[in-house]
Design a protein around this ligand. Sequence first.
Ligand code: URP
Ligand code: ZN
Ligand code: ZN
Length: 487
Amino acid sequence: MPTPAYDIVIRGGTLATASDVFRADLGIRGETIAAIGQGLPTGASEIDASGKLVLPGGVDAHCHIEQLSGGGLMNADTFETATRSAAFGGTTSVISFAAQHRAKSLATTVSDYAALAKKGAIVDYAFHLMVANPDEQTIATDLRALISAGHRSVKVFMTYDAVQVDDQQLLDVMLAARQAGALVCVHAENHGLLKWMGERLTKRGYVAPKYHAVSHPRAAEVEAFHRLIAFSELLDQPICIFHVSTAEGAKVIREARGRGVKIYAETCPHYLLMTAAELDRPGIEGAKWVCSPPQREAADQEALWQALALGDLQILSSDHAPYRFDESGKLSAGPNPGFKQIANGMPGLEMRLPVLFDAMVSKGKLGLRKFVELTATAPAQIYDLPGKGSLAIGMDADIAIWDAERKVTLADDLHDNTGYNPFAGRTITGWPETVLRRGEIVVEDGALRAAAGSGRLMLRAAGEATKPTGRLSPEFDEGRNFGAKLY
Ligand code: URP
Ligand code: ZN
Ligand code: ZN
């Protein structure tokens, strides 16, 4: 018997990338795509994909996994449960957070998260370096070393008492990232405005989950975006604005990009497919939908879709931030917490691709190629994930085979450890049935085939997104501000 040309051939499917949709067979050798063509020779094993879509595995660039919140609450997932649910949802790469707490060094934080991920992860993973304490050690030593070692994105919060950075600290982090070559990702909301609104609502007894939406005025997003963008312009430091939720926020980004500021931005399924009405449910039930920023209005959804279509926003992430609806999570302050006491976040890793496929491909909003671009190709390119995000010879064989016709009514319990699904009860069309990560089948026939710990850390080189434009503001540039050396 001659040795088969490929380990696996995915035969007769319709392949889709961010640029093309075409019928072809796909041959895998080892961990990578070895051939794409018609009539490929037989593989050691064969997957019949006739009538199916063969897509790159999804890349989810914003997930909180096994993370201790600023308030000291452990989220519901381990790396094993979170990445298991990612795989069932067609996602084969995640970027989660090495989330610093102020009393801990960033270097130790990264090694602790790396140990957890090495043990549990089923899909490939990278880390955003989340800085909560930008002291001398963090800025001058740890950030520089960790970025050079391949952790090429930094995350900061402009709000949340326990982790926020103030303006000077934000500038320190941005300059350190510029010098070492990293993208700065930001949760941008005005901290004072959120606190002030929250306190006024609470004092007047408006504490039900729906008031969470009231406590995050749209202006909080708009103001913080303007401030952050001003800093980005001053320092010529590329930024990625996380979870854009309002029409006005998207407009601020569009205008800044129009004058040449290097900004990337993401939004999430819950801003496109939910409104603040989700929070208005009997009793405390709405707590399940509490996340920040909150879901907004139907007009915002339209504006966000348009911003995605125009390229103002380039990435669709889940912001997976799971807390169980019990005393370990959403109800940790008691059975009837006020909205200020409810942990922020929802699970999203598993549902991100199916609900977006339904909206974008089955219902036709932006279409299949844009779906692939926003959920896999663009995040892989912007965050420089090697070998990820598309289907091409030599790339990692990260593949999701979709039945585009399959109708599924979404269950309440998923493969993560949250115990509820914020999209439960919706009927969607399109489902990822077979999922491969680096040539290994991880999900098939509704079962998990890969082991905990089989996911791999992705280290990244300094890429296009981390590079300044070269137009440092004259007000900051050395020598041009009356000779002041600021850089
Ligand atoms: O509400 C959310 N999304 N919580 C997670 C942390 C964050 O703000 O990204
Ligand atoms: Zn955030
Ligand atoms: Zn987040």
